[in-house]
Design a protein around this ligand. Sequence first.
Ligand SMILES: *Cc1c(COP(=O)(O)O)cnc(C)c1O
Length: 219
Amino acid sequence: MIQEQLELLRSEIPDNVTLIAVSKTKPLSDLQAAYDAGQRHFGENKVQEMVEKAAQLPKDIHWHLIGHLQSNKVKYMAGFVHLIHGVDSLKLLQEIDKQAQKAGRIQDVLLQFHIAQEETKFGLELQEANKILESEVFKQLKCIRICGVMGMASFTSDVQQIANEFQGLKKIFETLKAQYFPDATCFKEISMGMSGDYPIAIQNGSTMVRVGSKIFGGR
Ligand SMILES: *Cc1c(COP(=O)(O)O)cnc(C)c1O
């Protein structure tokens, strides 16, 4: 089942888009099945759960922390996390930088933007991101590499609205790229699209889709 779903997704998703298998709440056996089917990028939304799973699974897995992140949790994953998607404050960037330095790593992160109409979703507005990126504090950070942006569309059946929100994130990406990262080849990722909307996300420029229930079943 997991293998078939992965094969189906791979046949739909272009080569230049990374498929992240979102395995939150799922048992190790499910992750192992996905691994055995060739999957190497996994996403979790809780640090502790990711740390526990990472300890018990093969070491060539790329772990993505996709959920909202609290500063006091960063230290537990600083030694191994591949990409942190949900960064939405300078304070968090400072803590990630500090822990990455301790671990002797450069930490790749994405800035999360608020693109949905719903109030509840986390994320920055463009002006807030500008303020962070122009701050002296940010410029002093040595162990952070900003690789792009992340966002979640509204939970709605209105396909046009979802497309508009994803287009908005693409535009934010392009604005930031032009203004702050024109020569940074690592600034290239747009993490958008989940089980319910990944085809729309891909049509609108996604480079990373975070798919859970479509691979592993409902939670
Ligand atoms: C749970 C989650 C996903 C995956 O959701 P599905 O609808 O199961 O594909 C993607 N992104 C984030 C941030 C999540 O928390």
